[in-house]
Ligand binder design. Structure first.
Ligand code: F6P
Length: 320
C-alpha cells in the first residue's frame, strides 16, 4: 500500500488531531502518501480530499476539535453513498482508509469493509461507548473538563446550601457521568446502565442535610433523562433548593489531555502499520493497557460496550 486516506467523523473529540498527526507522520516516515478527507463521510462522497504533508499536521497535537472537520452523515447507511465513497477513494488512488470516530463512524467503516475496501477504525468519541476498547480518544479530556466544572459547582452549591443536578453528555452511555462523578465526589451518579430510585435519592439528600451537609451534587447522564426533568421529579419529594447545570458541548472542546494525546498517537501509528500489512476490516482499541486490533464487523455485531459498574458501587460506598 502506497497511499492511504484519513477522515474524522461524527461528534468531534479532543485528541482527534493528535491521531491524524500520528497517522500522517508515521505514514510519511514509512514512505507512504496520506490524503485527508474533510467533513467525514460527507466529504468522502463529495470528493473533498487533499494531500496532507508533514507541515499540515504541525502545531495540531495540542488542539481540540478536528482540523479535518467532521459531520454527521446518516446517508452513508445507503449503498449508493458507500459505492460513491469507494469510487472517490479509487479516483485519488487511495488504497486504504483510516476512520476516526464513534459508533456511527464505525458503522461507516464496517460498510466499507463489507464492500472489501481496506479500512481501519480508531475509536474517537468523548462517550467511551465503543466496543473493543477500554478507552476512546477524547474521553479522558472530557471527564477532566466535567471534573473542573464539578469542583466549581461544589463551591457555589456549598455557599447556598443547594442541590445541583449536573447533566453531562454521553449519548446512551454513562461512562462520562460515572468517571467524572467518582472523581468529583458526586453524591449521586445517575446512569442508563444502572437503575435508580428517585425517592431514595431524595431520602439521602435529606439525610445529608440533617447531618449538616451543605452541598449535594448529582451527576446525571443525558441518556437517562434531561436535567430539568430530573430536577422536577426530585422536587416532588421536598424542597432541596435544586439548580440544574447542563454542561453540553463544553465537554467536547478544549486541548486534549496528555493521556488522550498518547493514546491517539499510539492508535494512529498502529493504524498505519495495519494498512501497511494490508490488514483492513479492523478496529483498534486499548484493552488492559495493550493496543490491540479486532475484526470490526464482529466487534460491532457481537460485542457491546459496558461501563465499569464497580465504580458505581464504589461511589455508593464512599460518597453520601
Ligand atoms: O457522541 C458525542 C456527543 O457529544 C454525545 O455525547 C451527544 O449526545 C452528541 O454527541 C451530541 O451531538 P451533536 O453535537 O450532533 O448535537
Amino acid at each position: 500500500m502506497k497511499r492511504i486516506g484519513i477522515l474524522t467523523s461524527g461528534g468531534d473529540a479532543p485528541g482527534m488531531n493528535a491521531a491524524v498527526r500520528a497517522v500522517v507522520r508515521k505514514a510519511i516516515y514509512d514512505g507512504l502518501e496520506v490524503y485527508g478527507i474533510n467533513y467525514g463521510f460527507a466529504g468522502l462522497v463529495a470528493g473533498d480530499i487533499r494531500r496532507l504533508d508533514i507541515a499540515d499536521v504541525g502545531d495540531k497535537i495540542q488542539r481540540g476539535g478536528t482540523f479535518l472537520y467532521s459531520a454527521r452523515y446518516p446517508d452513508f447507511e445507503f449503498e449508493e453513498g458507500q459505492l460513491k465513497g469507494i469510487e472517490q477513494l479509487k479516483k485519488f488512488g487511495i488504497e486504504g482508509l483510516v476512520v476516526i470516530g464513534g459508533d456511527g463512524s464505525y458503522h461507516g467503516a464496517m460498510r466499507l469493509t463489507e464492500h472489501g475496501y481496506p479500512t481501519v477504525g480508531i475509536p474517537g468519541t468523548i462517550d467511551n461507548d465503543i466496543p473493543g476498547t477500554d478507552f476512546t480518544i477524547g474521553f479522558d479530556t472530557a471527564i477532566n473538563t466535567v471534573l473542573e466544572s464539578l469542583d466549581r459547582i461544589r463551591d457555589t452549591a456549598t455557599s447556598h446550601v443547594r442541590t445541583f443536578v449536573i447533566e453531562v453528555m454521553g449519548r446512551n452511555a454513562g461512562d462520562i457521568a460515572l468517571w467524572s462523578g467518582v472523581a468529583g465526589g458526586a453524591d449521586e451518579i445517575i446512569i442508563p446502565e444502572h437503575n435508580f430510585d428517585i425517592a431514595e435519592v431524595a431520602r439521602k439528600i435529606q439525610e445529608g442535610r440533617d447531618r449538616g451537609k451543605k452541598h449535594c451534587l448529582i451527576v446525571l447522564a443525558e441518556g437517562v433523562m434531561g436535567g430539568n426533568e430530573f430536577a422536577e421529579k426530585l422536587s416532588e419529594y421536598g424542597n432541596f433548593h435544586v439548580r440544574v447545570s447542563i454542561l453540553g458541548h463544553v465537554i467536547r472542546g478544549g486541548a486534549p489531555s496528555a493521556r488522550d494525546r498518547v493514546l491517539a498517537s499510539k492508535f494512529g501509528s498502529y493504524a498505519v502499520e495495519l494498512l501497511e500489512q494490508n490488514r483492513g476490516g479492523l478496529c483498534i482499541g486499548v484493552v488492559g493497557g495493550k493496543v490491540v486490533a479486532a475484526e470490526i464487523i464482529d466487534t460491532l455485531e457481537n460485542h457491546k460496550h459496558q461501563p465499569d459498574l464497580s465504580l458505581y458501587e464504589l461511589n455508593q460506598e464512599i460518597s453520601y
